[in-house]
Design a protein around this ligand. Structure first.
Ligand code: DXP
Ligand SMILES: NCC(=O)COP(=O)(O)O
Length: 240
């Protein structure tokens, strides 16, 4: 069964917009788990636009499902933050400063040795490692020799093409997943997944371990409520 990890970045965005503690990020994380979320994902960025480094320490104390910290390991502060909190999973994302959001996966060929070295640091600390990759066969194949436990398929391209041609949209991801299975990698996925495109994605990617969903889910919660929304997303994953 594919796990749903709720990314709460945008709860922090709302909180930060007024300078106080409303919404209370820790309470929202507790409630997300109570409503059925099978993981909590955060993506602390160097500018702390939403998730602050202190949030990670506060959340680590209360997350009882799986804690997934995403971010750019090229920042020493990120490495130190992850090692200090030892989440169940770290997802390494090759962001550059100034990006409005994550918009590309790792070049696992060019950065093969760098990724090997970084992944070793986190795995030696007992942390499962996932690396953010585009659905490109060569990148998935090369991911296998970095030592990563999983890949996270970057699903923005799928989401953007889904309504025009879902068969074409899913095709590169099916091929990437087949390669991942062949080389022994676990499969996560995320970015722009939503209530319309999630079920088709999960149905076509056998062995999908986890989806991490934030932006669309939090937007949906404005209309349907957080508890109902989490249940709606879980129903999209309850295939068969
Ligand atoms: C890596 C990825 O695609 C998302 O997990 C990312 O966390 C989104 O970041 P923002 O919430 O800052 O857009
Ligand atoms: N790794 C993807 C994630 O955590 C959330 O991405 P999005 O749903 O906010 O686009």
């Amino acid at each position: 069964m594919t796990r749903l990890s709720v990314n709460i970045n945008k709860i922090a965005t709302l909180r930060n917009s007024r300078g106080g503690n409303n919404p209370d990020l820790v309470q929202v994380a507790k409630d997300c788990e109570r409503f059925g979320a099978q993981g909590i994902t955060v993506h602390p960025r160097p500018d702390e636009r939403h998730i602050r480094y202190q949030d990670v320490f506060d959340l680590k104390k209360i997350v009882t499902t799986e804690f997934n910290i995403e971010g750019n390991c090229q920042e020493q502060k990120f490495i130190d933050l992850v090692l200090a909190n030892k989440p169940e999973q770290v997802t390494l994302v090759p962001d550059v400063l100034g990006q409005i959001t994550s918009n590309h996966g790792w070049d696992t060929i060019t950065h093969q040795q760098y990724l090997k070295d970084m992944i070793r640091v986190f795995k030696d600390a007992g942390i499962r490692v996932s690396i953010f990759v585009d659905p490109v066969a060569e990148m998935v194949e090369a991911a296998a020799t970095t030592g990563t436990d999983r890949i996270e398929l970057y699903t923005e391209a799928y989401a953007h093409q889904y309504h025009q041609n879902k068969e074409a949209a899913i095709a590169p991801y099916v091929k990437a997943a087949e390669i991942a299975h062949k080389v022994g990698l676990g499969i996560n996925a995320g970015h722009d997944l939503d209530l319309q495109n999630l079920k088709y994605f999960a149905e076509n990617i056998p062995g999908l371990d986890e989806v991490s969903i934030g932006h669309a889910l939090i937007c949906d919660a404005l209309y349907y409520g957080l508890e109902n929304t989490i249940q709606m997303y879980l129903r999209q994953l309850a295939i068969g």
